[in-house]
Design a protein around this ligand. Structure first.
Ligand code: 9UX
Length: 72
């Protein structure tokens, strides 16, 4: 099973940031694909919900020094 989620990412200012965030997400076990868009400041992630939770995805982005806007 694969679920797709788009996360609003803060702190990205150049194309290298995009590469960093994509790499950080792709190395999380259970993530199939990660695509970051600098213009819309968002990361679209395809993942196996049985292996990884959205919290883990957010943590992976934050570990790289970037932020994720959440509802709360
Ligand atoms: Mo570009 Mo992003 O020089 O952290 S890599 S601003």
């Amino acid at each position: 099973d694969t679920k797709t989620l788009t996360l609003p990412v803060t702190g990205m200012t150049c194309a290298a940031c995009v590469t960093r965030v994509e790499r950080n997400l792709k190395k999380v076990t259970g993530v199939a694909e990660a695509s970051v868009n600098l213009a819309s400041e968002s990361a679209t992630v395809a993942f196996d919900p049985a292996a990884v939770s959205p919290t883990n995805l957010i943590a992976a982005v934050e570990k790289g020094g970037y932020g994720v806007i959440t509802a709360e």
